[in-house]
Design a protein around this ligand. Structure first.
Ligand code: XMP
Length: 513
């Protein structure tokens, strides 16, 4: 039986991944694809529904992202959101124009509750608007199903053809009943049964991996983080000893982390894996010497990783596949869809152009972090491993602003260790998305005893987040921060100042580089 699927066509908006998330929350599998995906490919995937996302263009601008009119003739239900709604109106012969009044933020919308989209939704409901263009005239066959005082077409539909559109964003939390509207589309309009579960993901992945790999040999890039650990165990269930896990200690790990990873995945650990640890600290430091530009550092670390894996693969012989624990936010933020590049995440955009493996396998590529965790539990990985905070592939390399040196690594490792220890001791770790120390590239004057110091400032960061695409600074009790500050200044040589980062994401990012 074919798995039910909804396709999200990405027109470049910032909330696109959220749409996929909301659909999956209805237990329906969902993939994001570029807006210009071919009709043939869409037919092949045979989705139950399509969602066209928001985006930065105006439909009437030259070269703007549009879709093939025939997409509306496939007999597949389609929901257009914001820019996607304007594309639908424009391509089908309606009229899109610059709105006399732009709408931005929470807006009260009046809905026609007889529409399938607004079933069980209030006749007046708060929605998130963000637009300067609007649909001035709906295409033939469409009726208006929602409006605001300044937006005559806040939603429209042609029920017969299964075409729906909203000017507002149902996917963001500020649209009070948005999740319900998306569920209405997915379940009632598209007729999805909602049977997609993590166990079906695990089962299907194992089957597909076996088919793809056959009797081939596979190397898994293991960092010890949640994602690559889940990928490793998944692969090990699929192909057993055809898999070798290579753990590269690039000298940018947290204090004692190398030994901790080895304790879990090495010969003494609970898994029956081929495990190789490569101590490559010096090699990474040499490559990073004199480099301070964040993207360049990410690319160097990403490339060196691959070179180490290639060397290990040669030693094993006849390894065709490299497995990485890439997850969905890495893919999106590396700009491989139609959204802007934020960072070259080392699993994805940081890859060198040439990689000496027949194929890179990324079994978690379409999962969000919390879904990876659920897959991990499904695979029997202990909860304490599954719920560890994430640690990025480029490691402390992107928590040291500017040039990386062995001395700076030591400083940030020691400061971070103290910070994490005190956070756990104070019982603040529960519910925190991520917390760590970073080394700013700033030195300043201080006084210790009777002496002048000129040392580095360490930055402490802690965020609350559910999906790592957005994050809020966490409110750590002041006395805990003060204790951490005291200990860092007293115990870590080379630091004379500690600051706490209050920035949320956006406008900041979780990591410093
Ligand atoms: P940012 O800094 O992009 O971080 O807001 C969001 C989440 O992604 C992690 N991160 C990475 N993970 N490779 C990874 O595997 C990377 O290159 C990378 N960069 C950031 C970061 O720790 C946070 O959880």
């Amino acid at each position: 039986m074919q798995q039910e699927m909804i396709i999200v066509l990405d027109f470049g908006g910032q909330y696109n991944q959220l749409i996929a998330r909301r659909v999956r929350e209805c237990n329906v599998y969902c993939e994001v694809h570029p807006y210009d995906m071919s009709l043939d490919r869409i037919r092949e995937l045979n989705p139950k529904g399509i969602i066209m996302t928001g985006g930065p263009n105006s439909v009437y601008e030259e070269g703007s992202a549009l879709c093939d009119k025939k997409i509306f003739e496939l007999g597949i239900s389609i929901l257009g959101i914001c820019y996607g709604s304007q594309v639908m109106a424009h391509v089908l012969g309606g009229e899109v124009a610059t709105a006399p009044v732009s709408e931005y933020g929470k807006t009260e919308v009046t809905t026609d509750t007889s529409s399938s989209l607004f079933q069980d939704v209030g006749g007046k409901t708060v929605c998130w608007m963000s637009h300067t263009d609007y649909i001035a005239k709906v295409p033939e066959g469409f009726s208006v199903t929602a409006h605001t005082p300044v937006c005559p077409v806040a939603a429209m539909e042609d029920r017969k053809r299964g075409l729906y559109a909203t000017q507002f964003h149902p996917e963001v939390v500020h649209t009070a009943e948005g999740a319900k509207m998306l569920r209405n589309f997915v379940v009632d309009v598209c007729g999805c049964r909602g049977e997609w579960r993590m166990d079906s993901f695990v089962e299907t992945s194992i089957r597909k991996l076996r088919e793809k790999i056959g009797v081939g040999k596979v190397l898994c890039a293991l960092s010890g983080g949640v994602d690559s650990s889940v990928a490793a165990v998944l692969l090990s269930k699929a192909v057993g000893k055809q898999l070798t896990c290579v753990f590269v200690d690039h000298g940018l790990l947290r204090k004692y982390e190398g030994d901790e990873v080895e304790a879990v995945f090495g010969p003494e650990g609970p898994y029956d894996l081929n495990f190789i640890r490569v101590n490559a600290q010096e090699r990474f430091y040499e490559k990073l010497a004199g480099v301070s530009e964040p993207e360049e550092k990410r690319k160097i670390i990403g490339e060196e990783f691959i070179r180490v894996f290639e060397e290990e693969a040669k030693k094993i012989g006849a390894v065709d596949f490299l497995v990485q624990g890439t997850i969905y936010p890495d893919v999106i933020e590396s700009g491989l869809g139609k959204s802007a590049v934020i960072k070259s995440h080392h699993n994805v955009g940081g890859l060198p152009d040439y990689v000496d493996f027949k194929e890179i396998i990324e079994p978690l590529r379409l999962l969000f972090k919390d879904e990876v965790r659920r897959a991990g539990l499904e695979l029997g990985i202990p909860a304490y491993l599954v719920y560890r905070q994430p640690f990025p592939g480029p490691g402390l390399g992107i928590r040291i602003i500017g040039e990386v040196t062995a001395e700076k690594v030591r400083i940030v490792q020691d400061a971070d260790f103290i910070y994490r220890e005190e956070i756990v001791k104070a019982g603040c770790d529960k519910g925190l998305g991520q917390y760590f120390a970073a080394l700013t590239n700033m030195r300043s004057v201080g006084v210790m005893g009777d002496f002048r110091t000129y040392d580095y400032a360490v930055a402490l960061r802690a965020v609350n987040t559910s999906d790592f695409m957005t994050a809020e600074c966490a409110q750590i009790p002041f006395e805990v921060l003060q204790k951490v500050m005291n200990r860092i200044i007293n115990e870590v040589k080379g630091v004379n100042r500690v600051v706490y980062d209050l920035t949320s994401k956006p406008p900041g990012t979780v990591e410093f580089e």
